[in-house]
Design a protein around this ligand. Structure first.
Ligand code: ADP
Ligand code: ZN
Length: 732
């Protein structure tokens, strides 16, 4: 038995008599630990215990083991690979709402006639007690029960009337479980289009893999090339052959539009589709999960953690937008759901289908080495050409530009002309990056580490620039090393400021802003998108939120306000992410009948990610990016681990990191590179000081085991916390 919080201690308990036969490996139980009662997972059944008399299990949470054997195995694998305790890995298998058994099924009263009542009796009753007669008339025959609240509403009486009738034995009140179905609305069935030749060829490969899974498939197709159509067919095939399907979608793309598309294609079995994502209430999540657990769901659609949905016998596991960083969990266990999908598929005999318009270097590399099978959809279904991409060089001194150096003249003119024609525009500001690198506004020079080729991080307090991979550091230059201009700095601009400028330049425009700050209300997102779709908004300004999965036929202009944000983050994936983002954002333009145009504003117009994205040249980008990665032994060629220590007392964190780095170096085998202890690029976050050590080598598992063995042998100060990230995606 492994309690959820027992610092890795496996404890022995006795199975009390009344639970004999029902407790199994994978059961969730409550057990006494000291004076408390804690939830935990049964991980092994043993005949004997060396501890003599042990306490009994208190209670069992569900008749059926809540963690299936195959998922328990997956958790063990995760704990080993991602260097975390088994109980942490186990915790991620169950949503909070089902984990401790505190949220329970929603039980409501239903009512049914106790026996048939002759019309004459009802007549008589209506004279004496008219409300009671109304209440009885609202009920169907005795074999059918209805929700008490519904019956009362239909009869126009209070629920108390039914309680009175129950006392007289005329009706029966019963408890019934109702599902909190977040998508209770019904969708009309949608018919499948006839596949085009490319899709047919893709589908043939999918069918082969579904018959005998050998390799995961990477479905590489531009936005609008019909990938989702392939997913739908694969799911249909799984369902038709008596199997199930699991679909992962990035949280942000799991919009009502997406859910609707799946539900209407499988309209005849809407009840058998479960949707899991973070906007559900605890109760809804509880019900959706139990629906899967009971075996009532044949199709599961969800975000990252749905990879652990307890569906049985999956025929296909689909990961849409496989390159998305959000598939990586940013707390322990720091798993990547895409990689877990590949693993789970292999273990459970399911075909694995990874789709993307801009595959990750990892997956692309796996295709090149024959680990994955590459399937392409090169054409857009509607045969539309890709939008025209224009680069606006912000280095040119701002002439009389109206946008204060933030909105260039060409972009403003383009917006103006769209408004005149009644067409819509989207402006995109990638604000996620924070300004820690130095970019010269005059020539576009970026300060980089000579050894690691990532941007150096500016640490203001010490006025130094630091490489957080190897530790290289030097004084921050006062003048640009490229052109000697003193304008070397990094300016940050938020969406709010851009909105202010826009409303000054275009006083008549109807502008809406979409970012995490303006979208705090649950329905704000849906409402704003609705208004935009109906043409009640001319200009939509937003962050990442608007880059994904949206389809607006009337949008003919997309502007990227500052392509450099994100590009010069001190992260070797910065170029890859920028390329993906530009490609994705550009895909929002011209999805209808009209041609689309994209404006990309940048201080570094020569940067390869921007140039390749401009020409829609994915392979060109891949080729040069692969070369860079292999030269510096970055993934996918080498593997990486990142250890981040944090604490509120800076010296203590720094000292602990240095000690750890020293021990790691001493313990590391040949071929493993241990970096210096350095301040994290995000030096201070939420009052914590953060320091890092990076590890590089050719096996993630070896890095993980090195980290574990050294950490196990080391006592950290109580207020210093260590996070181990294997195959990190975000290096900040
Ligand atoms: P992707 O997932 O690659 O962005 P979709 O599968 O969403 O592409 O397809 C884009 C649009 O084209 C959708 O509206 C879809 O219904 C439609 N579509 C897909 N395949 C076909 C087809 N073979 N014939 C006609 N329309 C199609
Ligand atoms: Zn370096």
């Amino acid at each position: 038995m492994l309690p959820d919080q027992a610092a890795g201690k496996i404890l022995d308990y006795r199975i009390p008599e009344h639970l004999c036969g029902s407790v199994a490996v994978g059961s969730r139980v409550r057990v006494p630990v000291r004076t408390r009662s804690l939830p935990g997972t049964v991980i092994e059944l043993v005949g004997e215990t060396p501890f003599g008399k042990v306490k009994p299990i208190e209670s069992l949470m569900d008749g059926k083991p809540m963690i299936r054997a195959s998922l328990l195995d997956l958790a063990r694998w995760m704990a080993d690979y991602y260097c975390c305790p088994l109980e942490t890995a186990l915790r991620s298998l169950l949503p909070v709402a089902v984990r401790d058994g505190k949220v329970s099924a929603k039980v409501r009263k239903s009512v049914r006639l106790a026996c048939g009542i002759p019309e004459a009796d009802l007549e008589a009753l209506s004279k004496r007690a008219p409300r009671q007669a109304l209440a009885l008339r609202a009920l169907p025959d005795p074999s059918t029960s209805v929700l008490l609240s519904r019956a009362a509403a239909a009869a126009g009486v209070s629920e108390g009337v039914y309680h009175t009738l129950a006392k007289h034995g005329l009706v029966a009140l019963e408890d019934c479980e109702v599902a909190r179905d977040p998508y209770a609305e019904r969708f009309l069935p949608a018919t499948a289009p006839v596949l085009n030749a490319e899709q047919e060829a893709a589908m043939a490969v999918v069918m082969e893999e579904m018959a005998v899974p050998k390799h995961p498939i990477l479905l590489f197709g531009v936005t609008g090339s019909g990938k989702t159509e392939i997913y739908l067919r694969a799911i249909r095939h799984a369902v038709d052959t008596g199997r199930t399907a699991l679909v992962l979608v990035p949280e942000i793309a799991l919009t009502p539009q997406t859910v609707e598309r799946f539900k209407s294609r499988f309209a005849e079995m809407q009840d058998r589709i479960a949707v899991l994502h973070s906007h559900l209430s605890q109760g809804e999540r509880h019900d959706e999960w139990h629906k899967i657990h009971r075996g009532d769901a044949r199709i599961v659609i969800g975000a990252r953690s749905s990879i652990f949905a307890p569906v049985e016998n999956p025929g296909v596991i689909i990961v849409d937008e496989e390159h998305e960083g959000s598939y990586k969990q940013d707390e322990a266990p720091r798993y990547n759901a895409r990689d877990m999908a590949v693993l789970r598929g292999r273990r459970e005999g399911a075909a694995v289908l990874l789709g993307s318009a801009t595959p990750s270097l990892e997956s692309w590399h796996n295709c090149q080495t024959g680990k994955y099978r590459l399937v392409r959809l090169a054409q857009r279904v509607d045969d539309k050409s890709m939008p025209l991409v224009r680069i606006v060089d912000l280095r040119r001194p701002a002439r009389q530009d109206p946008g204060g150096g933030i909105l260039s003249k060409p972009l403003c003119e383009a917006i103006e002309s769209r408004m005149a024609k009644g067409e819509q525009s989207i402006l995109f500001l990638n604000r996620r990056g924070f300004s820690t690198s130095l970019v010269c506004e005059a020539c576009g020079h970026v300060c980089q580490c000579p050894d690691c080729s990532v941007s150096l991080t500016y640490h203001r307090a010490a006025a130094r620039i630091v490489c957080h991979i190897c530790g290289h550091n030097r004084r921050a230059p006062a003048h640009c090393p490229g052109c000697n201009d003193p304008r070397i700095r990094h300016s940050g601009t938020g969406t709010q400021k851009v909105e202010d400028i826009l409303s000054k330049i275009f006083p008549k425009a109807r502008i809406a802003r979409m970012d995490a700050d303006s979208m705090t209300r649950k329905d704000a997102y849906r409402e704003t998108l609705g208004a935009f779709k109906e043409g009640r908004i001319d200009l939509l300004l937003g962050t990442q939120m608007i880059a994904k999965g949206l389809h607006f036929p009337n949008v003919t202009l997309v502007g990227i306000i500052n392509a450099d944000l994100g590009l010069h983050l001190p992260d070797f994936r910065a170029g890859e992410r920028t390329f993906q983002l530009l490609t994705q954002v550009a895909g929002r333009a011209g999805r209808g009948e009209m041609e689309g145009e994209v404006f990309v504003q940048t201080f570094t117009p020569f940067s390869p990610s921007i140039q390749f994205a401009r020409h829609h040249d994915f392979e060109g980008f891949m080729e040069q990016e692969m070369e860079f990665r292999s030269r510096f032994l970055y993934p996918p060629f080498g593997r990486m681990a990142l250890l981040t220590l944090r604490g509120t007392v800076k010296d203590r964190v720094e000292f602990s990191t240095e000690t750890l780095a020293r021990k790691l170096k001493a313990a590391a085998s040949a071929g493993v590179l241990v970096g210096e202890a350095v301040p994290a690029p995000l030096e201070k976050a939420k009052t914590y000081y953060r320091f890092q050590i990076s590890l590089r080598g050719n096996s993630s598992l070896a890095l993980s085991r090195l980290a574990r063995s050294v950490l196990d042998s080391l006592t950290m100060p109580d207020d210093v916390f260590v996070a181990v990230d294997i195959d990190p995606i975000h290096l900040l």
